[in-house]
Design a binder for this molecule. Structure first.
Ligand code: ZN
Length: 153
C-alpha cells in the first residue's frame, strides 16, 4: 500500500494533531457512528445557528484514515450552510468513487488515494456519514432540497 508521500504526510498531520477534537456544551446535534470492520468510532457534534454550521467537534478513536477524515471534515464545514455541508459530503463520496474532485479545503484531497483500497473507504466516509445524519436530524428539508439548486432562505 503506497499512498503518495505528500498525501500521507497531510493525513498523518491530521491524525497526530486532530483539529476540532473535543466536545462542546452548546451543540445543536450529536451523532455517534462506528465502523465495525475496522473498529473506528466517532461522536460528532455540530452547533448550527440559522442554518449555518458555526462550530463542529468530534471525539472517538480509530485508524489514521478515519480520524484524519474527521479532522478535515470538521474544518471544512465550519461556516458553511447545511446545504453546502451536504454538497461537500457528496463531493467526498464522489472522491471515494475515484472521481477527480477539487475541494476549497485542499487537505481533503489527500484522502483521494483511499478509493484504491475498498476496505478503507468506510474508514474515510465515517465522519462524512455522521455529518449527513446530523444534517438530517437538524433539518430533513435541507437534505431533500439539496440538489434542486434552489435556496430560499
Ligand atoms: Zn479505519
Amino acid at each position: 500500500m503506497q499512498l503518495d508521500d505528500l498525501y500521507r504526510r497531510v493525513i498523518m498531520d491530521h491524525y497526530k494533531k486532530p483539529h476540532n477534537q473535543g466536545q462542546m456544551e452548546d451543540g445543536s446535534v450529536s451523532v455517534d457512528l462506528n465502523n465495525p470492520t475496522c473498529g473506528d468510532r466517532i461522536s460528532l457534534q455540530l452547533r448550527v445557528v440559522e442554518n449555518v454550521v458555526t462550530n463542529a467537534k468530534f471525539s472517538g478513536e480509530g485508524c489514521s484514515i478515519s480520524m484524519s477524515s474527521a479532522s478535515m471534515m470538521t474544518d471544512a464545514i465550519k461556516g458553511k450552510s447545511l446545504q453546502e455541508a451536504l454538497a461537500l459530503a457528496d463531493g467526498f463520496s464522489r472522491l471515494m468513487r475515484g472521481e477527480a474532485v477539487e475541494f476549497e479545503y485542499e487537505d481533503i484531497e489527500a484522502l483521494s488515494g483511499v478509493n484504491k483500497f475498498p476496505a478503507r473507504i468506510k474508514c474515510a466516509t465515517l465522519a462524512w456519514n455522521a455529518l449527513k445524519k446530523s444534517v438530517l436530524q437538524l433539518n430533513p428539508e435541507a437534505a431533500s432540497s439539496y440538489g434542486s439548486g434552489s435556496n430560499d432562505n
